[in-house]
Ligand binder design. Structure first.
Ligand code: ADP
Ligand code: ADP
Length: 224
């Protein structure tokens, strides 16, 4: 059975229909990307998928259950990194908090936090506060927090938009590696067709007016 099931989803903002009649499934362990131009409704769709936004009609199910609030098995990396970290805590503490909240033992929290920060290239920034970091570094800290959590489902909205090209390539490969290691399902949003093809098993194309997924395409590229 699918891990995520979206059926006839629609979302209105007032009288404006941002999403209309969206239906698709995501399989367990799949790298699933939603691609489309700016304004097509990708962020709206992702927010509905993660229970951050209530659909106007239609259903979103995770493991056969209606999504109502972010399931604890999810880690979500939002596009707006400036609002994703808690400014009064260090980077390290930000990464550790969700693990502590879910009862992971202290030693393991420390180990997973250190590894995630090293993985995203922020080992030396662990004790800094988000306000002391560049935008790209804050986004990497948000990614570290998500991967340290080792979620069943990693959801990312344009996560590499504010990092330089080399960091972006490194982070893309990191996400692919972690997905192999932990078998997580990845739901990814980008406007970059090349990135979607490089990363994904399947790509859902969202078009504008009317905003709907026109096609779900299987990607069958060999990877090193
Ligand atoms: P994308 O992520 O593909 O750029 P969005 O989901 O952000 O698309 O937006 C889809 C459409 O919905 C756009 O036309 C946008 O202007 C509109 N929209 C998004 N959020 C709101 C909101 N809170 N209120 C009104 N319109 C919105
Ligand atoms: P890093 O933390 O990897 O050094 P930076 O935050 O310095 O990343 O940004 C890398 C590149 O992305 C720079 O060229 C920077 O100008 C650009 N950049 C960063 N944030 C934004 C943003 N919000 N909008 C547009 N470009 C950005």
């Amino acid at each position: 059975p699918p891990i995520l099931h979206v059926d006839r989803l629609a979302k209105d903002y007032g009288s404006f229909r941002a999403l209309d009649d969206i239906t698709f499934d995501v399989a367990p362990g799949e790298f699933f990307t939603i691609v489309g131009p700016s304004g097509a409704g990708k962020t709206t769709l992702l927010r509905c998928l993660t229970g951050l936004l209530e659909p106007t009609s239609g259903t979103v199910e995770y493991q056969g259950q209606a999504v109502d609030g972010v399931p604890r098995e999810f880690a979500v990396v939002l596009q707006d990194y400036s609002r994703s970290l808690l400014p009064w805590f260090s980077v390290e503490k930000n990464v550790a908090l969700p693990l502590r909240a879910h009862g992971v033992a202290k030693a393991e929290v420390a180990e997973r936090t250190a590894r995630a920060l090293a993985d995203v290239g922020l080992r030396d920034a662990a004790r800094k506060h988000p306000g002391e970091l560049s935008g790209g570094m804050q986004q990497r800290a948000a990614i570290a927090r998500a991967i340290a959590y080792q979620p069943e489902v990693l959801v990312m909205d344009e996560p590499f938009a504010s990092v330089d090209a080399q960091t972006r390539a490194d982070l893309e490969d990191l996400v692919l590696t972690l997905r192999e290691e932990f078998g997580m399902t990845v739901v990814f949003v980008t406007h970059d067709v090349d990135e979607s093809v490089y990363l994904s098993d399947r790509v859902a194309v969202v078009s504008k007016s009317p905003s709907r997924i026109t096609t779900v395409v299987d990607i069958d590229l060999p990877r090193q």
